[in-house]
Design a protein around this ligand. Structure first.
Ligand code: F6R
Length: 613
């Protein structure tokens, strides 16, 4: 979802801005643009489509400058056209923007009354005109920006330059992520640190409400827009920077194959043999002792991880657990309950709905004087959610670039299990035998996943049977119902085949009507006490002519027959089976998408980090 890069340097930064935009491509976008300040002029290029189109235009028109801003746009207000692409200009002011200015219509009307002419349908253009208007009385670009932000409602990150201020980049963070990349004799901004990794590993993470003024040699930051503050410079280590595709054709495939290692990392931070490390979530023990229930809030794939945790929390440690989609939770005025642990699950830690649900919960709990605790399970240590919750547990999956979440999901599951083990231990609701069983299984998980990945060629062969299909059903029971939902989500988002996930027991309450000769039905069949019931569901599908694709435990006794394809999945401890059964559904979706020729890493209309609602 929209990306910002900007910089002020002594050298020409056009290539740095383009490279930065390329590194943000994974977020999803439909047009790109940049503006560079050169000899008192704003030079702007914008193109619809991929960043390479912009790159060609910048090269052929020899657009250069030492100060500039660049943007990839994911259309919200106005179609993905060149005139709607950022930067937007008003006289000598150029602006890039992530987020949404909610009151843009009334601001636009006011500006039009003052004689400003709008050339786009975007909400962003009001910011450029507001700054131009403020500069009629303000004595600097910084003061002009400081004077207009209070007029803006909504969530935004801004990069602003002016042709008469050739060594000055102004940036604002209010509800949309933004980092400053600290260089030597040059400074940069980015909506994601990944954009800036080729030029620096030193970052300042702005807080909500910050305005910053960057020159080549200085960075001034103003909290709440006007109070000068110092923010720490943080250095990223090399592993975080490892974000190339390597030998793989797509990031998604690379990330699928990275899962054994990602899980190993996530597990190692918490376990010492069969025991939880003493320092693991030590700061949360008082809260864990106190809480009586868990409320999980998340979106998309992260929500599916939460659904599995609900089964685990109630069965394993007898703690009631609710899970809800953040975009529903935040708007339905849920009762905030005393002694509840509110857990946000998010790969990015910036998802607008999850963040808003968290903030709203905190505000309402404080207003009522309730004793709640908040926690984030997240893949980005520097994210807003990590910073704004009482406790956090990192999924050490490394950067996930493919839009479809893979390794973030399985590490979320491992992290959730570790969290529940900790709560169970603090509350004395888990036996020594269970602790040993589950920690053994966690350590064993990377190996089982490696063995499961060995079935890649078989899954590729099966995927050929999906290429011409229009629809597909995924069925599972218990903790594999969420995996059925996740399988359907993966298939639809990257192959564009319509897919639905169902709890297999629901089959005869509706979806069975869809089953005919043309309907592939994917079954998740681990060796658990629901297997016999699942086998009956499979019979029901076969009797209606449906073609079965079964990922089955190698001990399940399920064998190939006419219109029944079976991939044997290595036996795995029942608690952790959903982690392992994620792998074949990821591989299936990946291969179907590649065969259908879709843009696997950047599927249409989707963004990696959904920072607007
Ligand atoms: C699907 C996918 C999305 C995300 C969702 C939440 O493959 O990746 O459904 O899971 O947008 O994002 P995070 O986890 O960053 O909050």
């Amino acid at each position: 979802m929209c990306g910002i890069v900007g910089g002020v340097a002594e050298r020409n930064i056009s290539e740095i801005l383009i490279e930065g935009l390329k590194r943000l491509e994974y977020r999803g976008y439909d047009s790109a643009g940049l503006a560079l300040i050169n000899h008192g002029q704003v030079l702007r290029e914008r193109r619809v489509g991929k960043v390479v189109n912009l790159e060609e235009a910048v090269k052929s028109h020899q657009v250069a400058g030492t100060l500039g801003i660049a943007h990839t746009r994911w259309a919200t207000h106005g179609k993905p056209t060149e005139t709607n692409a950022h930067p937007h200009i008003s006289g000598k002011v150029a602006v890039v923007h992530n987020g949404i200015i909610e009151n843009y219509a009334e601001l636009k009307a006011d500006l039009q009354a003052l004689g400003y002419v709008f050339s786009s349908q975007t909400d962003t253009e009001v910011v450029a005109h507001l700054v131009a208007e403020a500069l009629k009385t303000a004595d600097s670009l910084l003061v002009a920006v400081q004077s207009i932000v209070s007029k803006l409602k909504g969530a935004y990150a801004l990069g602003i330059v002016h042709a008469d201020y050739p060594d000055e980049l102004i940036t604002v963070r209010e509800g949309s992520p933004l980092v400053i990349g600290v260089g030597i004799g040059e400074n940069f901004i980015g909506s994601d640190q990944l954009a800036l990794l080729p030029i620096t590993n030193r970052f300042i993470y702005l807080e909500e409400g910050d305005i910053a003024r960057l020159t080549r040699t200085s960075i001034e930051i103003y909290a709440h827009g006007t109070q000068a503050v110092q923010r720490p410079v943080k250095e990223l280590d090399a592993t975080v920077s490892n974000s190339s595709k390597g030998e793989y054709k797509h990031y998604m495939l690379k990330e699928i194959y990275e899962q054994p290692e990602a899980l190993q990392q996530t597990i190692s931070q918490a376990l010492n043999g069969n025991a939880l490390r003493e320092d693991f979530l030590a700061d949360a023990e008082v809260n864990f002792r106190n809480i009586e229930q868990i409320q999980i809030i998340a979106c998309g794939t992260s929500y599916h991880a939460g659904m599995i945790a609900k089964y685990w929390a109630e069965q394993l440690i007898d703690v009631p657990c609710q899970v809800e989609i953040a975009s529903e939770f935040r708007y339905r005025s849920p009762v905030i309950i005393n002694r509840t642990l509110y857990v946000c699950i998010s790969q990015s830690g910036e998802t607008a709905d999850t963040l808003a649900a968290l903030r709203d919960t905190q505000k309402r709990a404080a207003a009522k004087g309730l004793n709640i605790a908040t926690m984030t399970i997240c893949n980005v240590a520097t994210s807003s959610m990590v910073r704004e919750t009482d406790h956090h547990l990192l999924t050490l999956a490394g950067p996930e670039i493919g839009v479809a979440s893979t390794k973030a999901f399985t590490t979320q599951l491992a992290a959730l299990m570790l969290l529940l083990l900790k709560i169970g231990q603090v509350k004395q609701r888990i036996s020594a035998e269970q602790m040993t069983e589950i920690t053994d299984a966690l350590w064993h998980c990377p190996k089982v996943i490696l063995d499961t990945l060995q079935h890649n060629a078989e899954i590729l062969r099966l995927s050929e049977l999906f290429v011409e299909k229009q629809h597909c059903l995924f069925l599972g029971r218990g903790t594999h119902f969420p995996i059925a939902l996740e399988g359907a989500l993966k298939l639809k988002e990257i192959s564009y085949i319509h897919a639905e996930g169902y709890a297999a027991g629901e089959l005869k309450h509706g979806p069975l009507a869809l089953v005919d000769n043309d309907m592939p039905v994917v079954i998740l069949a681990p060796q658990d006490d629901m297997l016999d019931k699942l086998k009956s569901n499979m019979e029901e599908v076969q009797a209606r002519g449906g073609e079965l694709f079964i990922f089955a435990d190698e001990q399940s006794g399920i064998t190939e027959k006419d219109r029944q394809h079976v991939v044997n999945i290595p036996s795995v401890n029942t608690w952790l089976a959903p982690i392992v059964y994620s792998i074949p559904v990821q591989l299936l979706s990946y291969h179907v998408a590649v065969l259908r020729g879709t843009d696997v890493d950047q599927p249409r209309n989707l963004a990696k980090s959904v920072t607007v609602e």
